[in-house]
Design a protein around this ligand. Structure first.
Ligand SMILES: [Zn+2]
Length: 414
């Protein structure tokens, strides 16, 4: 009996060991390939030698993996590098013709979608204005699907050439037991909305959908393409202190970027005044109830328009009246206080103000914002922090959302 039992056990152990060995080799190949794709993406165009230096992989490993990637059409040769007399070296880059990614920003005033190739060149854009007070799930799903249809029709793309679709949404993201994304956006009245399933039902086909918080997506865009890139994967050094990316639109959020990762934070619902103005989240005195675009217009006494909140805020920012001056001064001060709280709490290296309303406010009111942040934060913390206007413009969330499928593709998890 003992022998009978032992024999199959031995065989099973042997086959498990072989399987483990195979999967280790597979993991290693996948890791090498992933490291090369990351290095090439941020350095392109570059040579095999530069990829070897950047990844620490041997010249032979780089050569093998690059041959595979060229064979699959993901990487392409971009011609010879200027030679100083030595052996000519060939430059490599991502193949723009390989496939496309789409990034979608579900904002409060519009749904914007942008399509990029693998070099992150923008190929097409589509957007739909939203009524800032109408964010029914069915309507938003319809707008997202419509943007996707427009982009895919426009570019003549088959879903097969689509690497994936990233979607940045307001609110918190969680996964249910089946791994499906649920969105909690209290100001929208979204309570555990199964957005991923609803979109799949609506779209009828399955482009890889990746849904995440919009502020977090914007933080990732800063990490990859903004000034924050200086500290990111493109370099070996890492920032020891975080960068905070503030997303100010109708709503207010933030993304804390540290150690090559962006994490969403509900900064807009931190309290700056006890028993202050009512907030859409149900609480009172939230930062969003003072510096969110809708709140600014309400404080000014303007009816919040159904169609173009962006134009209304632009008009207020440039209006010349004592009341407009007062509202602008107050808004900049509240925003500065919100930033002072971030500075005291997180000791960031940099605070970047973005989002459509944030960009407008920072363009006109930065001295007041900085002064309020200085007055309300600890001296030694403030002196080590810079406060800047975002450099990626209005498309930062869509761009950041497009990094989600790229990230998954490079990690070999598609
Ligand atoms: Zn709130």
């Amino acid at each position: 009996m003992i022998n009978l039992i032992r024999k199959p056990l031995k065989n099973r152990e042997k086959s498990m060991t072989t399987e483990r060995h195979r999967s280790t080799v597979r993991d290693l190949r996948r890791d090498n390939r992933s490291a090369l794709l990351w290095a090439l993406f941020f350095r392109q165009p570059c040579t095999r030698q530069e990829l070897s230096d950047a990844t620490g992989l041997s010249a032979a490993s780089v050569s093998t993996a690059v041959r595979e990637l060229i064979g699959e059409g993901i990487v392409t040769e971009a011609g010879p590098m200027e030679s100083d007399g030595g052996r000519p070296r060939v430059l490599l880059r991502m193949n723009p013709g390989y496939g496309r990614v789409i990034g979608i920003d579900v904002g409060e005033t519009r749904v914007s979608a942008e399509m990029f190739d693998l070099t992150m060149a923008r190929l097409a854009r589509a957007d739909h204005l939203l009524n800032p007070r109408k964010h029914g799930v069915d309507l938003v799903v319809d707008r997202i699907a419509s943007c996707l249809d427009l982009l895919l029709d426009d570019a003549g793309s088959e879903p097969a050439t689509l690497i994936g679709v990233g979607i940045g949404v307001p609110g918190a993201i969680e996964r249910d037991r089946n791994g499906q994304v649920l969105v909690h956006a209290q100001p929208y009245g979204w309570d555990a909305v199964p957005l991923e399933r609803l979109l799949r039902d609506r779209l009828g086909h399955g482009p890889g959908l990746l849904i995440d918080n919009g502020a977090k997506a914007m933080g990732q865009a800063e990490l990859w393409f903004g000034a924050e890139r200086e500290n990111s994967r493109a370099r070996t050094s890492r920032a020891s202190r975080p960068t905070v990316v503030c997303l100010v639109g109708s709503g207010v959020g933030a993304s804390i970027v540290a150690d090559d990762r962006a994490v969403a934070a509900e900064w807009g619902h931190t309290i700056i005044l006890a028993d202050g103005r009512p907030c859409r989240c149900g609480s009172r005195g939230c930062l969003e109830a003072y510096v969110g675009a809708e709140a600014i217009l309400e404080r000014y006494g303007l009816p919040v328009p159904d169609d173009d909140e962006e134009a209304a805020l632009t008009a207020l920012i440039t209006a010349s009246s004592a009341r407009a001056d007062e509202i602008r001064e107050e808004t900049a001060t509240f925003l500065g206080i919100g930033i002072a709280n971030l500075i005291n709490l997180l000791n960031p290296d940099r605070v970047i103000i973005g989002g459509w309303a944030g960009l407008l406010l920072a363009e006109r009111l930065m001295p007041t914002i900085r002064e309020a942040a200085r007055r309300h934060s600890l001296r030694n913390k403030f002196s080590g922090t810079t406060i800047e206007r975002g450099t990626l413009g209005l498309d930062a969330v869509a761009l950041g959302a497009a990094t989600l499928p790229i990230e998954r593709f490079f990690s070999g998890k598609t």
